[in-house]
Structures are given as C-alpha cells and as structure tokens.
Design a protein around this ligand. Structure first.
Ligand SMILES: [Mg+2]
Length: 421
C-alpha cells in the first residue's frame, strides 16, 4: 500500500508550507528531505511506498535537477517544483517523464501544487475509460493518464464502451475518440449523457485534423475537447480542469439537496424523491406511510442553552432517525426542529412498534452540556399518516395534523391518521 509522499526541498519556507498543507488535507505521511543525500536515504527505506515525489531542482548537493532522473528510475511519480523558469530545463525534465512542472512563484502556485498532489493521490483510485479504435491515440492517452496515476481501460467499439459505462462503478473519466470499430464516439457520448447516473463523469473528446467535431461534442455533453496530437502538459491541464469542475458540480448538487447540519435530505429533495417512490409504490401496489416529527419544547432548549445545544439536539435526533431507518426510507429535515419521513412497504403491526420504539429511544438520548450537572434530555411528538393517497402534499398535511394532535394531547407521543375524514 502506497501511503507516503516524498518532498525534496532545501528551502525551509516552502518545505514547511507543503508539509503542513499536505498533512492537514490528506491522509499521507510526508518525508521531507533537504538534500539529495537525504532523499536517497528515504528512497532506500520506503521506495515502493511513495505515491508521489515533489522535487526541487536546486539542492545543495544536486544543483541541476539530478534528483529528477533518480526518482523516475526508482519508479516514483514526480512533480517538479522550481523557483526559476527555464524552457530548456523544463523540456528536459518533461522528457524524463515527470507529471508536471510547477513554478514556485506565488501563493497561487503553492496552493496549486497541494491541490495537484491531492488530485493525483485520488487518481490512484480512479479508472479512466479510453474509447476509440485509433491505436496511436489510444497509446498517447493511456501514457498520459497512467502518468497521472489512473488505471486505464481501452475499448474500441461503441458496444463495449456502453457495457463499461453501464457496469463500472468508479469510472472517473472518459476520453472519447471519434473513430470506433462499429460506429462513432458521438453515439457513445449521447448514450453516456442520457443516463442521470453518469451526469458527473468528466468526458474529454479528441479531435483530429480531419474531423473537427469538438464543439458539436460539447453541445451533447462533453466537458471539453483537445486536438490530437497533443502535448502531455496540455492534455494534463484539460483533464485536471474538467475533473475538478465535475467534482465541484457534484458537491454543489449535494449541497442543494442536503441539509448542512444533519446531512439529511432537505425539503426540496424530499419532494423530488418522494415522487419517484410514490409512482413505484403504486406500480408494485405497496403501502406508503408518511411521518412528521418535531422536538418538544424546542424553543425553550434554544432559549435556555443557546443555539449550539439546540443544533446538537437536532443532530442527535437526525442520527437516531437514520440509525433506526431501513435503506428504503426517505428521511428529511424540513427546517428548524421539523423532520419528515416516508416509508414504503411497512405493515401496520410493525409500524406501531417501530414508532413507539423510536419515540422511546429519542427520549433516552442524553446530551452532555458543559457546566451542567445533568445531561439534557428531550422528547419528540410524532404524527403518522397511514392512508396512501396520490398527493404528497396532502399526505404530509395529514401527518402534520396528526403531529399537532400529539402536541395537543401532551407531547412525547404518536398519533395516527388512517383515513380521510
Ligand atoms: Mg532549492
């Protein structure tokens, strides 16, 4: 298992910055060598454990980048991090097979190099699909992607490409060529983007001199295109950029659907998902139940102990709801201390014991509070609508009314609504 990063850097400022940032952001050990000699000692000890090396070109005992071929010969993927820009030196270093050549000239490039290490270490878990029948394109793409630490799968037909996209769980990138044995890459691109589950897979297409179809591909969902033949550094930058972009979109999408405090779905996502579950339940003729939950006397918790404690109560309740849910249950925080959940295929006998048990478990939760002798305990009121009707909002209204009845009748209890009045 590769788990170390080698940093060879004789300047204290850069060395400390990189060590600190890498150890804070990633779960890797950094070995910091301040000279070529120290680096050689580290390599003798841990060679096969280095996932990446970050190399300074000017070292006291190796002033001309001698460390670079040494690391490459020892099969350590290397990034050059240097203070002076020199075209010939850059070309020479790239010819040794380094991943990237980064200038040490500003806070932005320091930040870039840390993100790059993060990206590359994550790439080791990523499989990239290379689709196209041109051998020289396949080779060039695979060489670059392997240098970027990805596993590559090469397919030369649309059919095979579809199969991989369908069945492979951790596809992190698709590089698509126009020419395929049984059709063209464009067909595969359309197929990929038709399925919502592939929404965030970055797709880069290659365009040749004779077939300039890059912009058409973008209209159909490719994230970018590049001319072939390409220089590794250009390809590398495009791939990194689209991967980062898709990661960010995925993250934004997650944030738009989830509640920040609890990680549960928010109200909007609940409605979106509930629609699908309703349709499915009707097709399969199974039951749907909706429950509304609310923490009792929540305002007084906030007023007495402050919002931090209120937040902890909300989090404790959401954890309890999750721990006691089945995989098919849909649980959301609607706002404040209000939660809503949808259960499919839950029979009435089980339901009564389930909610009773849940109510009891919540009442036994204990929150330790600094400066207080006794832990905080709280209860919830629950309203459950067991009568399946097509209209989600109306089902929730009935659950809310049942919840209101629980409150009216003294809280810490479950009320059921079973049929339209
Ligand atoms: Mg130096």
């Amino acid at each position: 298992m590769k788990e170390r990063i080698l940093l060879v850097e004789d300047t204290k400022f850069f060395g400390e910055f990189i060590c600190r940032n890498i150890t804070q952001k990633m779960n890797y050990e950094v070995d910091w060598a301040k000279s070529m000699e120290e680096a050689m000692t580290f390599i003798a000890q841990h060679q096969s454990n280095y996932i990446i090396a970050l190399l300074d070109l000017g070292l006291p005992d190796a002033p001309n980048g001698e460390i670079v071929p040494y690391c490459i010969e020892n099969n350590i993927p290397s990034i050059v991090f240097t203070g002076s820009y020199d075209t010939d030196k850059r070309r020479l270093m790239l010819s040794h097979g380094i991943i990237d050549y980064v200038m040490k000239d500003s806070a932005i490039s320091l930040d870039y190099v840390v993100k790059l290490v993060d990206r590359l270490t994550r790439n080791t878990h990523i499989t990239a699909l290379i689709a196209g029948s041109d051998r020289s394109m396949q080779r060039a793409v695979a060489d670059s992607l392997e240098l970027m630490q990805m596993q590559c799968v090469v397919v030369d037909s649309v059919e095979e490409g579809k199969r991989w996209v369908e069945n492979k769980e951790n596809l992190g990138l698709i590089v698509l060529m126009d020419e395929m044995k049984d059709g063209d890459g464009f067909e595969l691109l359309k197929e990929i983007r038709l399925s919502p589950k592939n929404k965030y897979i970055p797709v880069l297409t290659l365009q040749s001199e004779v077939n300039r179809i890059g912009n058409r591909n973008i209209k159909y969902g490719a994230n970018d295109y590049i001319d072939f033949p390409f220089r590794h550094t250009d390809f590398f930058t495009r791939v990194n950029t689209i991967m980062q972009m898709q990661d960010q979109l995925k993250q934004l999408d997650y944030m738009a659907q989830h509640d920040f405090l609890t990680g549960l779905y928010n109200r909007r996502a609940f409605f979106e998902r509930a629609k699908g579950l309703f349709a499915q339940a009707r097709r399969k003729q199974i039951t749907v139940k909706i429950a509304a939950f609310d923490i009792d006397h929540f305002k007084s918790v906030n007023d007495t102990y402050g919002h931090d404690v209120g937040d902890r109560a909300i989090k404790a309740l959401s954890d309890c709801l999750l721990e006691n849910s089945r995989e098919t249950d849909l649980i959301a925080r609607f706002g404040g201390e209000e939660f809503c959940a949808l259960y499919t295929d839950m029979d009435d006998g089980y339901m009564v014991s389930y909610f009773e048990e849940l109510r009891k478990k919540v009442s036994e939760l204990e929150l330790e509070i600094e400066g207080e002798e006794f832990p905080l305990k709280f209860t919830i009121s629950i309203g459950v609508n067991t009568h399946f009707i097509e209209d989600i909002s109306e089902m929730i209204n009935h659950a809310d009314n049942a919840l209101y009845a629980s409150k009216e009748n003294g809280r810490n209890q479950v009320t059921y609504h079973s049929e339209d009045p």
